[in-house]
Design a protein around this ligand. Structure first.
Ligand code: NAP
Length: 402
């Protein structure tokens, strides 16, 4: 007698270890299938119609997870997770609405591919980027780091407390590339007695260590009001030990090509990866022909992370455009305003297929920067609407905003 066929379902899930709780998926979902509690962002399998609208906007890729199941994981189960469950062995039915595991996987891959095409293509790393190592450590197997430095970056009379935190990895293998992130595990539990979710921070140092040939890395951390993880990190003294996960991120990587021009646009602590990019250029290819440009927005010079050290970076290595929004008696300047005032230079660079664009920081600047690029292109008869997706598909346009 044949065993009864089981109906299979491909369930859309969000990886709680990588998700940064930025709410982008919930804002994007057209059918309100994404929801959250104080712990996790989750997808309601009874509502999700696999439209894939949420996939491309997710800044971390945590949204792109799937399990073939015979019974969907409930919202309650998903809220309680600290990591995704493994794919269970499911008996594949040869027929029926659910179909086989393989057929379901093919269907989801097809839908994902379509969704990515419609949104300007799947984010990809630059062709010349070095190969990243990802997911070496997770919540159940974290690495242990030791704090070897914790320095305030913002002026003593600045409103914000932004810190440069150096973590030593001892003899643990933890290779990172510029643009990757790591997870920070805050000890203890939240108000519901659950372990705190790991928070993601971009690495601010280049490969090979904050200090060359040292197994360490640096983070740029802003103390957030009531921020559990940021206050934990900002208060760590030298010698303190903490658990970290990662490395994460396989696309927001720099081209390993001295001829590449890199336009970097950031606000506040979004500058972290660009410190890594700049230091990599300085160390590995100081005479590179490609230009590095940095458009950096902060409220005032006193609030701009790395203000002092950045002044000393030679123009030959890095073209700097600081944009201040709240200097008394001065007009408000956002990064997009400064891009507009450098329109001719930007248009020339955008014409060059060796030019890469990276945007990191506040979500709000994304559309403003996009419009500024469109204006720069218009002034030089370049079709930005066609160029942007082409740059994305060839790994030359990268956005990481929260
Ligand atoms: P912030 O101090 O709040 O803002 C920096 C500047 O951006 C201010 O001058 C602000 O102007 C301006 N700004 C506000 N809205 C803007 C818009 N729509 N277009 C252009 N500029 C705008 O920045 P922050 O608190 O440091 O935040 C940085 C962001 O980067 C955070 O969302 C953080 O999560 C993210 N991030 C951090 C890391 C990391 O490793 N730490 C990595 C990647 C991303 P006004 O306030 O005067 O309007």
């Amino acid at each position: 007698m044949n065993a009864p066929t089981q109906e299979l379902l491909k369930q859309h899930l969000i990886d709680p270890e990588i998700c940064i709780r930025c709410n982008t998926c919930e804002e994007t979902c057209p059918v309100d299938a994404v929801t959250h509690d104080g712990n996790n962002y989750v997808v309601d399998a009874s509502i999700c119609n696999h439209c894939m609208d949420c996939i491309s906007p997710c800044p971390t890729g945590s949204i792109d997870n799937w399990r073939v199941v015979t019974k969907a994981y409930s919202l309650e189960e998903q809220f309680s997770w600290e990591e995704l469950p493994k794919q269970e062995e499911v008996a594949a039915a040869a027929s029926g609405e659910g179909g086989t595991v393989e057929a379901l996987e093919d269907e989801v891959s097809r839908l994902l591919e379509e969704a990515r095409k419609g949104l300007g293509g799947k984010p990809v790393a630059p062709h010349s980027a070095s190969k990243p190592t990802v997911n070496l450590y997770n919540r159940s197997k974290p690495a242990t780091a030791t704090v070897t430095g914790n320095f305030r970056l913002t002026d003593a009379n600045a409103d914000s407390d932004v810190r440069h935190i150096i973590l030593d990895l001892g003899d643990q293998k933890f290779p990172v590339l510029e643009g990757q992130s790591i997870g920070i595990v805050t000890p203890g539990t939240d108000a519901n007695g659950k372990p705190h979710v790991a928070r993601l921070y971009s690495v601010a140092s280049p490969r090979g260590g904050e200090k060359p040939n040292t197994n360490n890395l640096a983070l740029t951390v802003k103390r957030e009001d009531k921020g559990v993880c940021s206050n934990y990190l900002c208060d760590l003294p030298r010698g303190a030990k903490l658990e970290i996960t990662g490395p994460f991120g396989a696309t927001f990587l720099m081209p390993d090509d001295p001829a590449a021009n890199i336009i970097m646009i950031c606000t506040g602590t979004g500058s972290a990866p660009f410190r890594g990019f700049t230091e990599r250029r300085r160390r590995a290819m100081p005479d590179a022909a490609g230009r590095l440009l940095l458009f950096f927005g902060a409220r005032r010079p006193e609030e701009l992370p790395y203000f002092g050290p950045l002044q000393k970076v030679p123009e030959k290595l890095l073209g700097k455009y600081f944009c201040y929004s709240r200097v008394p008696d001065q007009p408000r300047v956002y990064v997009q305003d400064r891009i507009r005032s450098e329109m001719a230079q930007i248009a020339t660079l955008l014409r060059d297929d060796k030019t890469h664009v990276y945007i990191c920081g506040l979500k709000g600047m994304e559309s403003g920067v996009d419009e500024a690029f469109a204006d720069a292109c218009r002034s030089a008869s370049i079709d930005w609407a066609a160029l942007k997706p082409a740059m994305r598909e060839s790994g030359r346009y990268h956005v990481e905003t929260y």
